[in-house]
Design a protein around this ligand. Structure first.
Ligand code: MG
Length: 294
């Protein structure tokens, strides 16, 4: 199933989207009062059979007529993110001089994990605030994000797929000057609106083989990033095993799996984002996430 969080003028609602028909079925009434997608994921084993049976009978809206929000507008905690997880990007980042204190083009031998504040999340079509008083070096990073379903600790590689609820798209927008100058990446990754997410949260059963998905990012229509998920240095089972070795993963946790080559600092001179630029991130089967800087 393909879920959205949307608004038709009042509070957020949960819908099942059918992009081919251009419709969204409002399934909010099938959920416990006040529940959003996060609570739906928590109760998935109980709710899934009823949702698939009853969604078709729920009121339908035109997808064009609703405001799409991020599928999980307020994650329970920071998003887990992975740095330098595509070979060509690890090289471009090392070469750029922004990778302090490493400044290394070498590939990481363990996953590099950092996080992004929940308040950085914005929805499809939401504006990316340029924060001109805070940063002068705004960059994009198109990424596949994994949504955890069943939580757990000590999850083995070969059981990791049992903990994946689904997938979405994120743009790991980055203030490169803050990332470089503050050494730790949290600040440069977490400015408000710097985590566009969506448009859909797609359940894992819709994706036959996640490694075949293609990630593509454009800026004002120009293709900047294009790669296959199979090119990840540390694959999704490895990321789940590494994170969960000592941290309990929770339903609804998001793991942004890393960005391919072609970010702004991969160019010489760097091509930072400017006000008015339109960034799209598309992933096969997951739709297109479009946001304008401004
Ligand atoms: Mg990233």
């Amino acid at each position: 199933m393909r879920f959205v969080t949307f608004s038709v003028g009042s509070g957020p609602r949960v819908g099942v989207a059918d992009p081919e028909r251009g419709t969204v079925r409002d399934v909010t009434a099938l959920l416990p009062g006040g529940a959003g997608l996060l609570e739906l994921i928590e109760a998935w084993d109980d709710l899934a059979p009823r949702l698939s049976d009853e969604a078709a009978g729920r009121p339908a809206y035109s997808l064009d007529a609703v405001d799409l929000l991020a599928p999980i507008p307020t994650p329970r905690r920071n998003l887990f993110c992975v740095g330098k997880n595509y070979r060509d990007h690890a090289v471009e980042f090392g070469r750029s001089g922004y990778d302090t204190p490493d400044r290394s083009e070498a590939l990481p031998d363990k996953p590099i994990l950092f996080s992004k504040a929940t308040t950085s999340v914005t929805g499809p079509g939401g504006r990316i605030d340029p924060h001109t008083g805070v940063t002068r070096e705004l960059d994009y990073e198109g990424e596949l994000a994994v949504i955890i379903g069943r939580g757990g600790r000590g999850i083995a590689r070969d059981r990791a797929h049992e903990h994946v609820w689904g997938y979405t798209i994120v743009n790991d927008v980055t203030a490169r000057d803050l990332q470089r100058d503050h050494k730790q990446w949290l600040l440069g990754k977490s400015l408000d609106t710097h985590c566009p997410m969506g448009p859909y949260a797609v359940t894992a059963d819709e994706i036959a083989d996640v490694t075949t998905l293609q990630v593509q990012t454009t800026v004002n229509g120009e293709v900047r990033q294009s790669a296959s998920v199979k090119d990840l240095i540390f694959d999704i089972p490895e990321l789940i095993a590494t994170l969960s070795a000592g941290i309990t993963l929770l339903p609804g946790d998001l793991i942004a799996t890393g960005t391919p080559a072609g970010v702004g600092i991969g160019f010489d001179p760097p091509r930072f984002l400017s006000i008015g630029d339109v960034v799209t991130v598309s992933i096969t089967g997951l739709g297109t996430l479009t946001n304008r800087v401004g």
